[in-house]
Write a protein of this length. Structure first.
Length: 354
């Protein structure tokens, strides 16, 4: 008996098999700098294991599951199928086999998943966690209001126990949601502007209390120790030192555009991997911006999809504050790839209106 497989599903399976090979062989190909975090997680020489913080919890996860004791190629062989299965359960679009910009972005996303999560990784945990939000919004038994409340609670919980900057995302998302009700021209851009503005105010308020601003106490500290290092060729360095209110404002705006609309990254013309990321990021940001605009125009029809995009753009704004370099920025974007995947294909995954 012949089993008929749809072309879109067949394409998904081909991508899975090809990139599973990448995940298994990445250990033998990638430069050592790709494994700095993985070595910390697997070896835990500093005895950081614990229940609070991204490193302690990740180390705990890999110890409890036994993955830390396995060779990296075997970890890739285990982790990548799990990541692909999550996307498969979200759904495979009917036109997934067709070559268009959106599909090519996702094809490359598969490749980057295989590269960045073929080893012990904090992004593996982030990926699985944010996928819960997608499945939450797709669950027809959960009402719209409960879906939003639970998703915000999940972000706060993740911020408290794992990545503190996730605590900012519900605030940014709600501010952008409120602004989107105002009848103004260029609503999409203005909504994003207010999201960026609120994180600047939050950083300045934090600076008044703590004596240092968000980017000053995160990105600047990381990059200060990496100046002239071999793995710091794509560092995000603000044109103005972020130790004043105006310096922090410039730094946040500069960081946002650097990680989301990285035209200034074209100067890395002799680093093809950076140029490839810049092209991928530019197309991704533009398509998501168009889809965000569509959701704002018909907010009742796309009310769930609107919140997925609000969460995503909140994350993009937060990245502009904390990301130390372009390489880390792309790795962290792959950590929220289930949200990106859903946002790119939401017409195919639409939840029935309650």
């Amino acid at each position: 008996m012949l089993i008929k497989i749809k072309k879109s599903t067949a394409t998904f399976m081909v991508l899975f098999i090809a990139n599973l090979f990448v995940a298994v062989t990445a250990f033998y190909i990638l430069p050592k700098r790709f494994f700095y975090d993985s070595a910390i997680i697997a070896l835990d020489k500093g005895n950081e294991i614990g229940f609070l913080g991204s490193y302690p919890l990740t180390i705990l996860f890999y110890k409890v599951t036994g993955l830390r004791y396995l060779p990296f190629p075997l970890i890739g062989l285990i982790q990548f199928p799990i990541l692909a299965y999550v996307l498969y359960k979200i759904g495979v679009p009917n036109n997934f086999n067709k070559l268009n910009v959106k599909n090519i972005l996702v094809y490359l996303g598969f490749f980057m998943m295989a590269i960045f999560m073929s080893m012990p990784s904090k992004e593996f945990i982030t990926y699985l966690y944010v996928a819960i939000i997608v499945f939450l919004y797709r669950n027809e038994r959960i009402s719209y209001g409960k879906s939003i409340a639970l998703s915000m609670f999940l972000l706060v919980l993740f911020g408290v126990f794992y990545r503190p900057y996730f605590l900012l995302m519900p605030i940014i998302a709600f501010v952008m949601y409120a602004v989107s009700f105002i009848n103004i021209k260029n609503k999409t851009i203005v909504t994003l502007f207010y999201g960026l503005l609120i994180v600047i105010f939050l950083s300045l308020g934090y600076g008044m209390l703590k004596g240092h601003y968000f980017s000053e106490s995160s990105r600047e500290i990381v990059n200060t120790t990496r100046i002239n290092a071999s793995d710091a060729n794509s560092m995000i360095v603000s044109p103005v030192k972020p130790d004043t209110w105006y310096g922090e404002t410039v730094g946040i705006v500069y960081g946002f555009f650097t990680v989301n609309v990285p035209l200034n990254g074209l100067k890395y013309i002799f680093s093809p991997q950076i140029i490839a990321f810049i092209i991928w990021q530019l197309f991704l940001f533009y398509i998501l911006l168009v889809r965000f605009s569509k959701c704002l125009i018909d907010r009742e029809k796309y009310k769930y999809e609107l919140w997925i995009l609000l969460i995503l753009f909140s994350y993009f704004i937060v990245q502009g504050v904390f990301e130390p370099d372009l390489g880390t920025a792309i790795r962290h974007k792959i950590g929220v790839f289930p949200l990106i995947y859903y946002a790119l294909y939401y017409e195919h995954f639409r939840k029935k209106l309650q």
